[in-house]
Every structure is written in C-alpha cells, then in structure tokens.
Design a protein around this ligand. Structure first.
Ligand code: ADP
Ligand code: ZN
Ligand code: ZN
Length: 744
C-alpha cells in the first residue's frame, strides 16, 4: 500500500510512502502519521491512498507510525484545508497544523495513559526460571502481580528501572498486557458551568421564535447546503431558536458546531447552552473548545468528537475545525464579531470558513446577530442567504432609551477635560441610591493617533478613501493609510479654528478614578484585558457582579458580549467616538454595532433601562440610527457609501504588508512590486499604495503596505501568490498577505 502524505514540515508537498502491512487496514485518507524526511521524523496527514501509475515505488520509505487508528482529519476538513490554502494564500501544512490542536499532534495524553496489567499467570517454576535468565523481566512481572489494578506504563518502567525490551518480551509472551485506559477529562467544562449542570426547561417559543425555528427546521430537513441569516434584535431570544434547531439536527443523527466569539469570556452563554442542551438532548454533552483548555481536556474533547461519541461542540473560532462527524448544522452566533478573524497565519475568518464547511457537508449554516456584518446582510439582500427577522424583544420588553450626550457642550461647561458628563453622573448616582447596577463601557480599540476637534467634533478624512487620517507625531503629518495621501497636521481645527484638536484617549483606569471621585461609597470594579488575563478572575468578577457585590462595572467592550444581568438598568458608553474615527472604512459599522450591543445589555430584567452615550459627534449616522436600533436604516446608507467607494461587500480587499530594517529599500521594493502587480494583473485588481503602515516602525522594523481591491478573490489570489513567489525580494523583507482583513 502506497500513500501520499502532506507532511507538517514547513513546505507544501505531497510525499509518498509505503505502509507496513500491519498498519494498512487502519490507514486511510486523513490519517495522522509520522514519516521520515531525511533524518527527521515529522507528522503528516494522509492526503491520498495509492500512487500515480508507474510511480517509482521501490525506493520509497515506510511511514513510521500511525498516531490514531481513525482519520484525525476527516475528509471534509481536508477539503476545507485545501480550499483555505488557496483562498487565504497560506501554506497547507500550516492550515493542517491549525486544524489539529497541538495536544492532539503530540498525542501526549493518550500515550501517557497506557497501562500495564498481568496477563496469563506464570507458574512458580516459570518465575524462578525468569529470575535467573532475565531478572529485569521477573522484577516487572512480580511487581505487577502485587498490584490490584492496572498501573501506568511509563511510571512503572521508570520506577523499577526496567527497559522497554524486557517489557516487550513479557508482552510477547502474554504474561503482561497493555491496556489503554481513557480517563475522561473532556471539557464538558466544569470550569465554566456556574454550579451544577441543571437541565433548564425550554421556554414556550413566542410567535416570532416559532416562525424562525420552523424556517430553520425546514432548512435542516432539506438536507442540502444553505445559509440563513437570523437577524434578531438583542433580547429577542435567538439562543432559544438555535437550541431548537440544534435539537432538530441531533434528532436526525447529525453533528453540530456552535461558534461564539470568545468562549472564555462568555461563561454564561456556555453554561446556559449546556443546561438547555441537557434538557432537550440529555446526555448529549457539548464539548467545549477554546484556548484556555488544558492539554488533556483538549485531547479528550477532540477524541470524543473524532470518534463520534460526542456530536456537539461549542467554542470560539477554532472550533470550526473540530472533527464533528456527519455535520448537519453550524451556528455562528454574533456573526459580525471581528473576533472571528484570526490575526495570525492562517488569517482565516471563522464565519466564512463556517459557510464553506457547511457547503462541503451539505449542511445548514445559521448566522445570527442583532447587527449583522454588512457582508452577510448584503448576501441576504441579494438572496444568496435566507433572511429571517426577529423584531420583538421577549415579553415585549422595551429597548432601552438611548440618551446622547454632546460632549462638546460638556467640555465648554467644565472649561476643560471631562471624562464623565453631568448626565451620566446623575444617572449613576440615581442607580446607586436605588441599589441598581451600572456598566460603563470604553472602547477597546482606542487609538491615540486619531484626531478629533474637542470643540466641534470635526475629524479630518482622506478625500480619496473616506476614512479618517492618522496623526503621525514624528513628522507632524496626517496620513491616509490606505492610499498614502498626506497633509501637514493642523494646529487648529480646519472647521472651527479651535486649538483643542488633539484627541487624548481615556483609559479604563482613568474612568474608574473619575467614578470613584463622584461616588466615593460605590463599589467599583474594573475589567479589561490587563486586569482579566486570568480566566478565574474574570469569572469571580462576573459572579460578584451578579450577586450584587459590585455597584459599577467599568470595562472595555469585551464585556458587552452576551452578558445578561437583570439588575443592570444603566449602561454608559464613555467614548463613542473613538471607534468611529478609526482609520478603517468599517469604523462606522463598528460603532453602530457597539452601540446597539451595549444598549442591549440594559434593561434585561423587569425594569426599563437607560443608555447614556457620550460623543463629540452626536449627529453621526451610527449614533442616530442606533437610537432606535434601526439596523436596516443604517445598513441602507452605509451600503450606499461602500458601493460608491468600492469597499466590501462590493469588492474584496487584500492587505499586503512588508517589513524590514531598511525603510528606503523597503519602500523601493514595495513600489516596484506594486507597479509590477498593476501591470500583470491589469483590470482584475486595483492596487493602492504602497504607503507606510499606521504603525510605521515596530522593533526597528519599518512597515509598508499595499492594498488590492478585487471582485473575486478566488480568481486572482492564485495569480497574485504566484507573482509574489516569482518576484525577487531581498532576504530581509518579510511580507504577509491578509485576505478579507478585518482589523485595519
Ligand atoms: P438574544 O440572544 O436574541 O439577545 P437571548 O437568547 O439571550 O436573546 O434571550 C433573552 C432572554 O430571554 C434570556 O434570558 C432567555 O432565557 C429569555 N427567553 C428566550 N426565549 C424566551 C421565551 N420564549 N419565553 C420567555 N423567556 C425567553
Ligand atoms: Zn473644530
Ligand atoms: Zn486615502
């Protein structure tokens, strides 16, 4: 038997090997094997069984090991990997590596759990003979006889100082048996369940939920590929609808992938899911999948799925690669979240990969959000996706009232810096007295280099790209990082002539201090990536908050997701502007999403909520439309703008960055390259740049970038990648290509 193997070895090639006879029955497409390359042994995935005709078979080496006796990379994932390699212009072996968790590749835990136990008993004579002839074997055998239960193989060999050859002799003879016991540490993750796993009874669906559920059910029954966008306002009960759909898929014997933006940050979502699943599908524990799992938990969860013992996985981005069998349904919750995009190679988008995986499996992909990405929205509008709406909150709860505070007036009033407006302080004081809770949000993506006039709210934009210009302190210029357009940085506002034109960011710490000053008796807790690097800390704070031990929670928008606190009646967004004036064409979309999501956190209980939004640009569309959570109104205007400028979703964007120690050389090559691409690709691609990156220098490496705009990535990417390989780059230039970039 000959197989073609994709080695995980830093190059993209299919190498052929012979398979030893004893392994042949278990080796198949997708098997994880260890193979010799030169003097090394590396892991690889069997990509094909058999070899081309008259292939020089004689000189082939043998595969060295079959790591699991089932395909570690099921057929659909292998196909998916190949698609990703093309679409994201990324090496196949790196993608395979991403799909197989490190712990699985190391196969660590499974091997450590090899156990030894006495097999056929030896007679006393045989033992005596053994003691003479092979004392090592006798020692091992006698030790095992004294044990009551199987014992760990590596442990016992180490402790007795017995070599593998002695053990092998005993195994061959049958006097000792090897067993593999699997201690199950599958992350049905007790880390995240808050207390016992209780089956939570299903809600009686309201009319809109019922309609959405029936539509999804019909899609599942169609048993063919489809994508459905479930657009439902915050608090409309989307989770309940997903759960019913999941139940449906399980009933038909199918498997399910449920993606959430960041599991580790949404313990509540996971806990709720698990208890609800327990009610509708008892015993069908969902495997939890995210970056904080221990090696053992990871291996076991993976193993349960790969062998079909578990059929549901709940996890963040990388869970889209979980080896779920017979996949029927993929749910991508909060599909608009930038967290679905991976920031390192392979730079894939979890949502887009989910759609592709569903396609490869003839499965249904459900994208859910209150504020869909404009990409998905446009797909739905064009009829490529089914579009479902849920417009009412559960029990007809009111969407909270959004109060927009004009910070230009606050600045005038206080004659200087203000962090908290009088309005916000007044509302907080109110909640504190009524023993209700407040959450204050800040923008995580604070960018000190954007410029805004504190008197009139003016922001300088690039005339060619409709994104805000970035301030570069070193040479006192404003620069567009898309096209490189440049102008001297103004000292006074071009609109109103005020000298107050520089934006200074507001850190969570500063907000915390400001709150402390106005409400000295309030119990305040801060939550941002700095203070929350430990998962338990995050949980503790959330628990304390739920238990009412904290009055005011200050945090970045990472806490805006999926939290459901009935006693929170006030939500403040301290700095609505920052995200709006990021040098990113999605800035407005992000701001709108943030406002709506944040507002969705208020008034989840019986009391109506209030949202206070502080901004220097109260007239901005993102803010006006968010007041009524009017997504469709917002999308209409924004899509028109995108169309005029040829931005996504109307064209795809590819970002190409260059790094190196020598800026002149770098710029020279980037320029040469850009013109070369322009010439070679012609009409199929619009090239913008090169221009310096927004952060021009990191660790003494300078950075430039080129942007490509195109109508069809799949049609150009292979050519672009080929050109890139053929171009003679200097050795010290590092380049990275990012297809459909999300965080510009
Ligand atoms: P969304 O994800 O759309 O923002 P959720 O799924 O979080 O909304 O639902 C909001 C709240 O309403 C949750 O506390 C949920 O348990 C509750 N809920 C959902 N469906 C129903 C229903 N049919 N009847 C009563 N409560 C419901
Ligand atoms: Zn101004
Ligand atoms: Zn520009």
């Amino acid at each position: 038997m000959i197989v073609g193997v994709h080695p995980i070895a830093g190059f993209d090639k299919l190498l052929h090997y012979k398979v030893p006879e004893r392994l042949a029955p278990a080796v198949a497409k997708g098997s994880l094997v260890r193979v010799p390359i030169g003097r090394r042994f590396v892991l690889g995935i069997v990509g094909m069984v058999g070899a081309p005709d008259d292939f020089p078979v004689d000189r082939l080496k043998h595969i060295a090991e079959l790591v699991y006796d089932f395909p570690a990379l099921p057929a659909d994932l292998l196909e998916l990997a190949k698609w990703m390699a093309v679409y994201y212009a990324a090496p196949l072996d790196g993608i395979i590596e991403t799909m197989l968790p490190g712990a699985v590749r190391r196969a660590a835990a499974l091997k450590q759990e090899k156990l030894l136990v006495v097999g056929e008993k030896l007679t006393p004579e045989e033992v005596a003979a053994l003691e003479k002839k092979a004392p090592q074997q006798a020692k091992l055998y006698l030790f095992l006889v004294q044990q009551f239960k199987p014992v760990s193989k590596p442990l016992v060999l180490k402790r007795l100082g017995v070599g593998a050859s002695s053990l092998n002799a005993l195994l061959k003879r049958g006097a000792v048996r090897e067993e593999a016991r699997r201690v199950n540490r599958v992350a049905y993750s007790d880390d995240f369940a808050e207390g016992e796993l209780v089956a939570a009874l299903p809600h009686l669906l309201n009319e809109q939920q019922q309609a959405a559920y029936e539509a999804l059910k019909a899609e599942i029954e169609r048993d063919t590929f489809g994508v459905t966008l479930l657009q439902g306002v915050t608090g409309s009960g989307k989770t309940e609808v997903y759960l019913r759909a999941i139940h449906e898929a399980l009933e038909t014997g199918g498997g399910v992938v449920f993606l959430v933006p960041e599991v580790a940050l949404t313990p509540q979502t996971v806990a709720r899911l698990r208890s609800r699943l327990e009610a509708i599908a008892p015993g069908q524990n969902a495997v939890v999948w995210h970056s904080l799992l221990s090696e053992g938990e990871r291996v076991d969860g993976w193993h349960e799925l790969a062998t079909g013992r578990a059929r549901i996985v709940v996890g963040a981005r990388s869970a889209i690669f979980a080896p779920v069998q017979n996949l029927r349904l993929i749910v991508v919750d909060e599909e608009h979240e930038p967290a679905y995009k991976q920031d390192e190679t392979p730079r894939y988008h979890g949502r887009d990969v989910a759609v592709m995986r569903a396609k490869l499996n003839n499965a249904l992909c459900v994208l859910g959000s209150a504020t869909p990405s404009l990409e998905s929205y446009a797909n739905a509008q064009a009829g490529r996706y089914k579009h479902l709406h849920m417009t009412q909150r559960i029990d007809d709860r009111q969407l909270p009232f959004i109060d927009v505070v004009d910070m230009r007036i606050e600045v005038m009033r206080s004659r200087g810096m203000t962090t908290l407006s009088q309005k916000l302080v007044g509302e907080m004081r109110d909640r504190f007295e009524r023993k209700e809770q407040t959450i204050l949000f800040l923008n995580r993506r604070g960018y000190s280099s954007s410029m805004i006039c504190r008197s009139c709210g003016h922001v300088e934009e690039c005339p060619h790209c409709s994104i805000s210009m970035t301030y570069h302190r070193a040479d006192e210029v404003l620069r567009c990082h898309l096209c490189g357009h440049e102008r001297g940085a103004p000292v006074r506002c071009p609109e109103c002539d005020s000298p107050e034109i520089r934006w200074r960011g507001t850190g969570t710490q500063r907000v915390e201090e400001a709150v402390q000053r106005v409400l000295p008796r309030a119990r305040i807790e801060r939550m941002d990536t700095d203070t929350m690097s430990k998962k338990n800390r995050f949980r503790q704070v959330l628990q304390a908050f739920r238990a009412g031990q904290i009055d005011i929670l200050v945090g970045t928008q990472m806490i805006a997701k999926g939290l459901d606190f009935p006693n929170v009646t006030l939500v403040g967004l301290v700095d609505a502007d920052i995200s709006m004036h990021m040098p990113d064409f999605r800035a407005t979309e992000r701001t709108f999403q943030l406002l709506v999501q944040v507002a969705g956190r208020a008034g989840r209980g019986d009391r109506a909520g209030v949202v206070v939004v502080q901004t220097f640009t109260p007239q901005a569309e993102a803010i006006q439309f968010s007041r009524h959570a009017d997504f469709d109104g917002f999308a209409e205007g924004e899509l028109k703008l995108r169309k005029d400028f040829g931005y996504p979703p109307y064209r795809h964007l590819i970002h190409h960055s260059f790094r190196g120690p020598n800026p002149e050389k770098l710029m020279f090559f980037a320029e040469q390259w850009a013109r070369h691409v322009e010439k070679e690709m012609g009409e199929r691609l619009e090239v913008r740049g090169p221009s310096p990156s927004p952060i021009e220098k990191v660790k003494d490496h300078y950075r430039f970038q080129v942007w490509y705009f195109t109508h069809g990535v799949t049609r150009v990417i292979a050519d672009l990648n080929r050109l890139r390989r053929e171009f003679s780059w200097p050795d010290d230039v590092i380049q990275v290509m990012d297809v459909d970039p999300v965080n510009l």
